[in-house]
Design a protein around this ligand. Sequence first.
Ligand code: LLP
Length: 385
Amino acid sequence: MFPSEVTDFFKTQKTPFYYYDLDVLNATLSEIKKHGISKGFRVHFALKANNQPKILKMIKKAGMGADCVSGGEIQRAIDTGFTPDEIAFAGVGKSDEEMELGLQHDIFCFNCESPQELEVLNELAGKSEKKARIALRLNPNVEANTHKYITTGLSENKFGINASDLDKVLEKLPELENLELIGIHFHIGSQIEKFTPFEELCRKANALNDHIEDKGFKLSVINVGGGFGINYAHPNDNSVPDFERFFGLFEKGIKLKDHQQLHFELGRSVVGQCGSLITKVLFTKYGQTKNFAIVDAGMTELIRPALYQAAHRIDVLTSSKARKEYDVVGPICESSDTFRKDISIPEVERGDLIAIRSAGAYGEVMRSAYNLREANPTVYSDEVK
Ligand code: LLP
């Protein structure tokens, strides 16, 4: 992953910075094409995971659509070459301005999450003399067995229309004449590592599909969302997730009717493994009970460890000394600004470079300017000289 010419190039760059290995991204996209797109599935990329224009252009070129959750993301998708008919707009709280932007571009579909949202979208569509295509996001009450902050498909979560409201919504829909129901949408959570929650999702989705079609609606889109997890512990051996198994599960599990197409919205599994956060050791501190490697990246560059207790693999790029145990920590004045605790890595000293792996998804996009920290330029593998 980091041959010496790459590490040498890193030494010339201002740290901390995000590095993307485009070979890994290309290998991932090939598998998505082979096991998903070429089977007739429509695979949208969730821009919330990564919105770097260079990456989006490669994803678009591979034949994926765009799954956006804000006006900013719709605009970014359009600016990077996605056509409106490739853009879906999801989110539990869309503002009027954001819905208007989607209407103005006549995007492919709005994934709607509440009865009130349907009424407001209907009104706005009427005002702009447009008909909005919609999919109902249904909450299937499936336990995704992932971190509680990224579980989304349980009744207690804020997402989607609950089963108990569905019939009322369906009854009301014909009155909302500026909306056209084209599908149903689910998303049960993120970083789902087992396949059983997806199997349960298939069963629930099939039942809901039948239920709605029996009422006389024609659904052309069955969107099962994203959520496919990546291997944070062993990114080198698992740089491309097992898309054959993932898409195969849904191919078998979802009972599509003749007029229906299966849609996905993948984020993490597409870009997670191609990105690393490269950081430099500022100081080492050897205490009575702990050793600290204090690096120049912090929770401002990668918040996942602080927010979700995520354990990203850490590779030391410039030392092969005997191993020592460290807490690898950032410079921010909060104890949550810790990347890993008690990990054994080659002994480091001031100036050593470290790669925090599997940071391509929900890394750079969640960066903040806390402490007025500035962002350094991103580096791509094809720029390494
Ligand atoms: N579709 C919907 C409606 C979503 O809410 C999400 C992610 C996705 C698709 C893409 O899911 P993925 O394939 O990436 O799992 N910041 C958190 C993850 C938040 C995910 C939110 N929803 C993290 O760093 O783990």
